[in-house]
Design a protein around this ligand. Structure first.
Ligand SMILES: NC(=O)C1=CN([C@@H]2O[C@H](COP(=O)(O)OP(=O)(O)OC[C@H]3O[C@@H](n4cnc5c(N)ncnc54)[C@H](OP(=O)(O)O)[C@@H]3O)[C@@H](O)[C@H]2O)C=CC1
Ligand SMILES: Nc1nc(=O)c2c([nH]1)NC[C@@H]1CN(c3ccc(C(=O)N[C@@H](CCC(=O)O)C(=O)O)cc3)C=[N+]21
Ligand SMILES: [Mg+2]
Length: 285
């Protein structure tokens, strides 16, 4: 039996329409246009895709979006000052610093400067702390989108074994935090795997839910997947000009009960959640 393909693009459109309605209402009441500003330093293929799609999505939802492009050689100090300027700019509600930053930049030091109230990625330690404590201000866009996709399958997550591949601050770690919370689309038993994990294949084989976020094209193969598992593919890899995920989609879909495609899966949902967070930012500022 072939898996249900979780249509992230379609689900994202539903969420974006909802946000667009709320944005329109908010504008009418407040006369304020929600405004997201992203900073992109240098070039990164996954960031390039993100930048393009999110600009378009913002426009459609009635959210103003600005992109600050800086050359790869930009100094720490210059970037730091730009973030401070945006913090002080009353017309900017959401600030997003595209990751990864160039090697010579201290990423953490920059992210720490973002006003936590404008931190729509939820990377600031204050926002991470609130997530860990189960009282989020902003939900991290990619994990939040993934949780919504899992909810859309109507699969019970309570008590299930979720195995996350990757321990990044942007996907793996916050994903684990959402799935261990009490409540709907959560209450899972969570294992995080990374490049030092032993017996990774056996651990993944025991998963009811697999979330692959390592950035290795088609790393998760059919022999690693328990029949009936739900498989979420976060990977955005460019292979011969094509977008490929971290899961060997064609073979895994024959074993899984549900699976997300790349493109058309997690990516569009990440953007939908970013729009939601930008509206939240405009409301709380
Ligand atoms: N669709 C979307 O919305 C988004 C997609 N992405 C994509 O998701 C992927 C992951 O991104 P991100 O989380 O930023 O990744 P990072 O590169 O920051 O982290 C990768 C993680 O994977 C682990 N890892 C690498 N190789 C292996 C391996 N062979 N076995 C087990 N673990 C491994 C690393 O382990 P260690 O810590 O030990 O190095 C690390 O924890 C990328 O393709 C990225 O483009 C990212 C964000 C959003
Ligand atoms: N501070 C920060 N926050 C991020 O959330 C962040 C980041 N930096 N750096 C880069 C990664 C990557 N990322 C993507 C989001 C959406 C798509 C996306 O829209 N994907 C479409 C692509 C469709 C296409 O254009 O081909 C899809 O998968 O269907 C891709 C990649 C967010 N990231
Ligand atoms: Mg660095």
């Amino acid at each position: 039996m072939s898996a249900e393909i979780i249509d992230g693009k379609k689900l994202a459109i539903t969420f974006r329409e909802q946000v667009a309605q709320e944005v329109a209402q908010f504008k009418e009441q407040s006369q304020i246009v929600p405004h997201l500003t992203a900073i992109l330093v240098g070039e990164d293929p996954a960031s390039a895709v993100y930048v393009r799609n999110k600009q378009r999505a913002c426009e459609k939802a009635g959210i103003q979006s600005t992109l600050k492009r800086l050359p790869a050689e930009t100094t720490q100090d210059k970037l730091h000052k730009l973030v401070q300027e945006l913090n002080a700019d009353q017309s900017v509600h959401g600030i997003l610093v595209q990751l990864p930053l160039p090697k010579h930049i201290d990423e953490v030091a920059i992210l720490d400067v973002v006003n936590p109230l404008k931190d729509v990625d939820a990377f600031h330690p204050e926002n991470v702390g609130l997530i860990v404590q189960g009282r989020p201000r902003y939900l991290p866009c990619t994990p939040y989108g993934i949780q919504q996709m899992i909810l859309s399958t109507e699969m019970e997550t309570a008590g299930k074994h979720a195995v996350i591949l990757g321990r990044s601050e942007i996907v793996g770690k916050p994903m684990a935090m959402l799935l261990i919370q009490r409540g709907l689309g959560a209450d899972a038993t969570v294992t995080i795997c990374h490049s030092r994990t032993q017996n990774l294949k056996e651990i993944v084989q025991s998963a009811d839910i697999i979330i692959a976020a390592i950035g290795k094209p088609e790393f998760v193969t059919a022999d690693m997947v328990k029949p009936g598992a739900v498989v979420i593919d976060v990977g955005i890899n460019r292979v011969n000009e094509k977008l490929v995920g971290d899961v060997a989609f064609d073979s895994v879909k024959e074993i899984a009960s549900a699976i997300t495609p790349v493109p058309g899966g997690v990516g569009p949902m990440t953007i939908a959640m970013l729009l939601k967070n930008t509206l939240t930012a405009a409301r709380i500022l």
